[in-house]
Design a protein around this ligand. Structure first.
Ligand code: HEM
Ligand SMILES: *[C@@H]1O[C@H](CO)[C@@H](O)[C@H](O)[C@H]1NC(C)=O
Ligand SMILES: *[C@@H]1O[C@H](CO)[C@@H](O)[C@H](O)[C@H]1NC(C)=O
Length: 513
């Protein structure tokens, strides 16, 4: 006897059993999730930024237009005004929940940290960085963080003597007669010089090379190109067609960078070998000696690849970020002489000498300016995490957006610091304006509503280093140059890079007395 589709009964039985089992597992999962969501009082997120529920194809034309107009980040606050502080974005890869609610961000980054991972970062970054603190997750990340943390735990991480030497290299390149100069380029040189000195104990000296007009920038150039490749490597599938990416060429730059840094790793292990026998007698001697990051890592592990990877990770995390902060800040300062004059009044008590670490930290207005720049132009404007188990966000569900939201395993939660930092209900009606004074009386404490350095267990480990380095440049520049004027007729526009910085550079004119 044959049934309707002409299959033998035994096969039908097997098929029905298999399908039944699949349906059972599926439905069971569905009901467990539904029950979990109910138990937590979850409501669905009411609005979505796109209509096409499968591929998010309707988002593509707008994205391409925004790319062309360099408004990829600048347009996002509008999305949140239109679709709510928490909404969904549907794309080819997966469903995403986008949020600018401080409570949600706190939950993802801190309270429920263990429910999330980075998601896509490792594949894009690994060819250059290997596996380290910035691009790994879970146990591996925790062990990286533990390895590195002691080198940042000191009160004074950045060495002011080193920074002062580099300031002199920078000043040597700055015209003092009101000619136009692009500070951005020089800030990027400044930060690669200081980062390499800090990490390897020896600066690549790009500012010095510029003075002697050597055009070869070797490592810095390769690092720039390798970073550009990270960006194109990570572009998701439908947009990929609009960008060129040459993996073979990228690999060439990766190898230049890694080979260059490998020398310092080898040198660090040699130094540690040599130092071993004498450590006990000359404890005071080691205290006086300059602390070198690579040597400290080499003393804590025997794994050379690991030290190389961590150095690459910290270099990438620390270099462009600080340079971008300085570029963005000076772009804005150059357009507002009143702020520059106020900075000069604050540094006047030094009578031209460099500040000490304590003096630098106590300069309120310098700190306000950095806070304000990182608010209006956060250099890491967007970020995301992937849920690794079913979990819950505290707000954003239901039509009023006040109920908890169910986040199923595999969902991405993206958060937009740029848009959050422009929320009028957090910062007031002038949230779009650069006004350092808003930080002055210490009453503005947005906590998780202000997040330039991230928060929770993965908070930026170099925050203090960055603020010391940037603050030092601001103070020394304010001491040196009476007049700072913009030579850029347009408004600040975003660049497209791993960090966000002024697209048109930081073109200014400086006048010394
Ligand atoms: C203005 C300058 C800086 C800003 C705005 C900044 C911002 C950030 C942000 C937002 C993250 C979190 C990334 C994520 O988890 O997705 C981060 C992580 C990190 N930053 Fe910074 N950073 C700056 C400077 C530095 C400096 C100077 C260093 C090192 C010398 C540094 C080292 C790191 C490292 C190693 C991580 C990874 C930490 C971890 O995942 O455990 N950063 N930074
Ligand atoms: C800058 O922002 C941080 C983080 O909100 C805050 O703790 C600090 O007090 C601010 N600094 C100044 C000078 O307002
Ligand atoms: C960029 O700078 C140049 C001057 O160097 C200026 O002519 C141009 O208008 C600027 N572009 C924008 C968008 O501001």
């Amino acid at each position: 006897m044959h049934n309707l589709v002409g299959l033998p009964p035994s096969l039908v039985l097997v098929l029905v059993t298999v399908l039944g089992a699949i349906a059972y597992v599926f439905l069971k999962g569905y009901f467990i999730r539904r029950q979990f969501a109910r138990a937590h009082g979850c409501q669905p997120v009411a609005r979505s930024a796109n209509k096409d529920p499968f591929f998010g194809l309707d988002m593509i034309p707008g994205t391409i237009r925004a790319l062309k107009e360099n408004r990829l980040i600048a347009r996002t606050p509008e999305f949140y005004r239109r679709y709510g502080n928490t909404h969904t974005v549907r794309g080819l890869i997966s469903q995403q929940i986008a949020t600018i609610e401080p409570e949600n961000i706190k939950t993802v980054l801190s309270l429920n940290f263990k429910d999330y991972r980075l998601g896509f970062r490792l594949p894009s970054f690994k060819p250059l960085l290997g596996e380290g603190i910035f691009d790994t997750d879970g146990e591996q990340w925790a062990s990286s963080r533990a390895l590195i943390r002691p080198s940042f735990s000191r009160d004074q991480v950045a060495d002011l003597t080193t920074l002062e030497n580099l300031i002199q290299d920078l000043f040597a390149l700055l015209p003092r007669d009101g000619r136009t100069v692009d500070l951005q380029e020089l800030f990027f040189q400044y930060t690669i010089d200081s980062a390499t000195e800090f990490l390897f104990g020896q600066s690549v000296g790009t500012l010095k090379k510029s003075q002697s007009e050597q055009s070869e920038r070797g490592f810095a150039e390769a690092f720039y190109n390798a970073q550009k490749a990270i960006l194109t490597r990570g572009i998701p599938f439908p947009l990929k067609f609009f960008f060129s990416h040459d993996e073979a060429e990228a690999e060439k730059y990766n190898q230049i960078c890694r080979t260059f840094v490998q020398q310092f790793v080898d040198e660090a292990f040699q130094a540690v070998e040599l130092k071993k026998p004498e450590t006990e007698q000359s404890d005071s001697e080691t205290k006086r000696r300059k602390r070198i990051f690579s040597h400290e890592l080499a003393a804590r592990t025997t794994d050379r690849t690991r030290v190389l990877d961590e150095l690459m990770n910290v270099l990438l995390a620390g270099r462009d970020t600080t340079a971008s902060l300085l570029s963005n800040l000076f772009f804005v300062l150059a357009k507002d002489p009143a702020i520059w004059e106020k900075l000069q009044r604050e540094v006047a008590f030094l009578e031209g000498r460099p500040p000490t670490y304590t003096e630098l930290n106590n300069m309120k207005y310098v700190q306000c300016c950095m806070n304000e720049s990182l608010r209006l132009h956060p250099v890491v404007p967007r970020n995301q995490r992937e849920a690794i188990r079913d979990t819950v966000l505290p707000v954003g569900g239901g039509t009023d957006g006040l109920s908890p939201v169910f986040v199923s395993k595999g969902t991405f939660v993206s958060y937009n610091v740029y848009a959050m930092h422009r929320r009028a209900d957090i910062y007031g009606p002038d949230a779009e304006i650069f006004r350092p004074e808003r930080w002055e009386d210490g009453k503005l404490q947005p906590r998780w509503g202000y997040l330039p350095f991230n928060g929770g267990p993965r908070i930026c480990i170099g925050q203090r280093y960055a603020l010391t380095e940037a603050g030092y440049v601001i103070v020394r520049m304010a001491q040196e140059f009476r007049v700072l004027e913009s030579r850029d007729p347009g408004p600040w526009e975003e660049s497209r890079g791993l960090t966000v910085t002024s697209r048109n550079g930081t073109k200014v004119a400086l006048t010394a007395d």
